[in-house]
Design a binder for this molecule. Structure first.
Ligand code: ZN
Ligand code: ZN
Ligand code: ZN
Length: 141
């Protein structure tokens, strides 16, 4: 069985070529990717790529706990595959994200957890993001 199809079935999502195509890009990538990059890859595969459809596909995947937003301190939203313990409406992606200053790529750093924050009195913490800047493996050598 195809891994992308597996994920769609597991999450009770209808199998469409677009959803499968988007998932395959995530499965093939070892970094977080932007909607623009997804569009560019899909253009090679489909005649017509509708931005809104891609946008909705990403939103659906995010809701289902398949992908998460990789907050990297830039203005371009990027997404990455979640680990297995994310479920619908409940993400556990508290790991750090590494943004390379040189190539601009963003990576999930699963082994580094964002610290638990004790907020000042009267403040309620909703989420905490840990962003690391620097040079990635390719750019530092
Ligand atoms: Zn997640
Ligand atoms: Zn780099
Ligand atoms: Zn991540």
């Amino acid at each position: 069985m195809n891994k992308a199809l597996d994920i769609l079935v597991e999450n009770g999502l209808r199998k469409t070529a677009m959803r499968q195509g988007v998932l395959e890009i995530f499965l093939d990538s070892n970094m977080a990717i932007s909607q623009q990059l997804i569009e560019n890859s899909l253009e090679k595969q489909f005649d017509k790529v509708d931005r809104i459809t891609i946008y909705r596909t990403l939103k659906t995947f995010e809701q289902k706990g398949i992908i998460h937003k990789a907050i990297d301190g830039t203005h371009t939203p990027k997404y990455a595959l979640c680990l297995d313990d994310c479920t619908e409406h409940e993400h556990h992606d508290t790991h750090a994200h590494f943004h390379c200053d040189d190539c601009g790529r963003t990576y999930c750093i699963e082994e580094v957890e964002a610290p638990k924050i004790k907020a000042p009195k009267g403040f309620k913490v909703k989420s905490t993001h840990l962003v690391i800047n620097g040079l990635c493996n390719d750019c530092s050598s």
